[in-house]
Design a protein around this ligand. Structure first.
Ligand code: F0G
Length: 340
């Protein structure tokens, strides 16, 4: 349905805020269902259809379930989704309803929902479409091809990390390009987590050999509110091999970065994606990224996915007019203020 081939947008107004001259946003919110998940879902659903699966299932913080529901519908397969109750952004839930998914709500978080899916697929009840399904990763790695096609190899690729499938996919794509002789060096990868849901950051910082899950992950970026990333082994290897790092950013920084992109660049992204931009700012502030290096931040999902975050965290500049004349006088006041 036109997945992939998303715009790579060079930032033009916010460089002085971020402190880096050449930053690009790979806007994967421009995919058909509004997130990067469509890249992998088109592949995995095609396989499901080919092998004759009747019902596909996933646990999700919202985007995977939105994407799976749309692609399953197109393939004539029944979508079933398991969601953490009360923790799904409204735009994403609406998409699952729209595309006719059977919805199972569980108490707890994403990690509990994923347990259900893993057990259900073990019992042969459903075909799982979480990123434990390798075909998802095969599709998602194409984002690396597109970045390299357009600007060559950047110095850094920065992206949000939840269940850690995407960072593993990006690295796989890059390594395969190098093995094929199409590029001769590799970028450094940075995985950004929200401070309240940062098991990989903790692991990386402390040099743990095994993941210590975060029991009650908490962040406004519900897409990455995950305490036990299933792909942690591959993600850690990707970051180590690329000489990259895992960092965390606060919820305040996430909203700040979302606002910068929205109001200085015209790019609307959901909170998890804004974490990548907040990550770029932090890396620059700490002197890890040089101001002359080329940086790509992957914006994984569209702002419309989570309208409530915007309504709750932004000052709304609404002027109530009592009549047409009153509206015109309000407009005159606003234009006067704006011109002064
Ligand atoms: N950004 C967005 C917008 C996401 O929806 C997700 C994951 C991520 C980043 C992190 O990607 O899990 O591969 O590390 N969303 C999943 C979901 C968990 O169910 O939609 P990851």
């Amino acid at each position: 349905m036109g997945e992939g081939g998303t715009p790579l947008i060079r930032l033009v107004n916010s460089n002085s805020i971020l402190g880096v001259r050449e930053v690009y946003v790979k806007f994967d919110g421009a995919n058909p269902t509004g997130s990067f998940k469509d890249r992998g879902m088109t592949v995995a659903i095609s396989i499901a259809k080919y092998i004759g699966v009747g019902i596909v299932a996933c646990a999700s913080t919202g985007n995977t379930s939105a994407s799976m529901s749309a692609y399953a519908s197109r393939a004539g397969i029944k979508p079933l989704i398991v969601l953490p109750k009360g923790r799904i952004a409204r735009g994403k839930l609406v998409q699952a309803i729209l595309h006719g998914a059977e919805i199972v709500l569980v108490k707890g978080g994403f990690d509990d929902a994923l347990k259900v899916i893993i057990e259900a697929s073990r019992r042969g009840l459903v075909y799982p479409l979480n990123s434990i399904n390798p075909w998802r990763i095969e599709g998602q790695k194409t984002v690396a091809y597109e970045i390299v096609d357009e600007i060559g190899v950047p110095d850094w690729i920065v992206l949000p990390v939840g269940n850690a499938g995407n960072i593993s996919a990006v690295w796989k794509g890059l390594v395969e390009l190098k093995r094929a002789g199409l590029i001769d060096r590799l970028p450094r990868l940075v995985g950004v987590q929200a401070s309240g849901a940062a098991p990989l950051v903790e692991m990386f910082r402390r040099g743990y050999r095994i993941l210590k899950p975060v029991d009650n992950p908490e962040t406004i970026a519900t897409a990455i509110r995950i305490g036990k990333p299933v792909n942690w082994v591959r993600a850690l290897r990707a970051v180590r091999e690329s000489r990259g790092l895992f960092i965390d950013v606060s919820d305040n920084d996430i909203i700040g970065a979302q606002k910068i992109l929205a109001r200085h660049e015209g790019i609307g992204v959901e909170p998890a994606s804004a974490a990548a931009i907040a990550g770029v700012a932090k890396l620059r502030k700490e002197g890890i990224i040089d101001r002359d290096e080329r940086v790509v931040a992957i914006a994984t999902g569209h702002a419309l996915k989570d309208p409530d975050i915007i309504l709750n965290h932004y000052n709304v500049r609404v002027h109530e007019a009592s009549s047409i004349d009153n509206a015109l006088s309000l407009i005159r006041k606003i234009t006067l203020l704006n011109n002064s």
